[in-house]
Design a protein around this ligand. Structure first.
Ligand code: PGA
Length: 255
């Protein structure tokens, strides 16, 4: 895969339309310059409600539009759900899938994540499959097993076509939103476990060229390089720091 790093801002349910547009404008001002980290793919994921308006602000810029979730069916009687093709039509390029907050609060599981990854690929989106262990699982020494299971169950049965890409975000659940990132060595180990699971699933050239592993969990402009400085980690999924324009721009610059 291209050596480009990818930084994805997940705005979660934090901003209404007006504040989302204001943040997008500020990021556009800070980041849409050829001199600012041109080799970094930069994605922002507003709420569904703000997708259209934010899409208009960043249209034609180096900022890419992403979505925080999708449903696996393309249309039909699925009250409240949003299809991958409909967000792709709005200009989205990336879809977060299986985020731990959805796993915890909405009982999403690996089988659902699997269907969402498939739907994203069919719609031409890059799925960001989130995996990660809880505090208790880590304490019990289950981290590697949880990561391998979530990757294998989340991606099994997929055949990757040429040009399709999948990104796995390693996000230790106990770190998200805590303000304290994990030791880089621990993230590196997790990235290696994830890569091994990918190798179990796909031919080596597909793993090399069409998959990437990124880190997420209390990333900021000061600690980002500790993670992306390692060749195994190709970027970051950023929550809280993506809501502060200078911090997010700093992450893009420093990654
Ligand atoms: P955080 O969130 O950066 O606020 O820890 C990360 C995420 O949920 O993707």
């Amino acid at each position: 895969m291209a050596e480009k790093k990818i930084i994805i801002g997940n705005w979660k349910m934090n901003l209404g339309i007006d504040k989302s547009v204001a943040l997008a404008k500020e990021l556009h001002r800070l980041l849409n310059r050829p001199s600012v980290a041109p080799e970094v793919e930069t994605v922002i994921c507003p709420s569904f409600l703000a997708l259209y308006s934010v899409g208009k602000v960043i249209e034609g810029s180096r900022l890419l539009l992403g979505v925080q979730d999708i449903f696996w069916h393309d249309s039909g009687p699925y009250t409240g759900e949003i299809s991958a093709s409909s967000v792709a039509a709005l200009g989205c390029r990336v879809a977060i899938v299986g985020h731990s907050e959805r796993r915890v609060y909405l009982n999403e599981n690996d089988a659902m994540a699997n269907q969402k990854v498939q739907a994203a690929l069919v719609a031409g989106l890059i799925p960001i499959l989130c995996v990660g262990e809880t505090y208790d699982q880590r304490r019990d020494g289950l981290t590697d097993m949880i990561l391998a299971t979530q990757v294998i169950e989340g991606l099994k049965g997929l055949t990757m076509k040429l040009g399709q890409r999948i990104i796995i975000a390693y996000e230790p659940v106990w770190v998200i939103g805590s303000g304290r990132a994990i030791e880089p060595a621990e993230a590196l180990h997790a990235a290696q476990v994830i890569r091994q699971a990918l190798i179990d699933l796909f031919p080596l050239d597909v793993v090399r060229n069409q998959t990437r592993v990124i880190y997420g969990g209390s990333v900021d402009e000061n600690n980002i390089k500790q993670f992306t400085g390692m060749t195994e980690i190709h970027g970051a999924l950023v929550g809280a720091s993506s809501l502060v324009p200078e911090k997010f721009a700093g992450i893009v610059r420093n990654c």
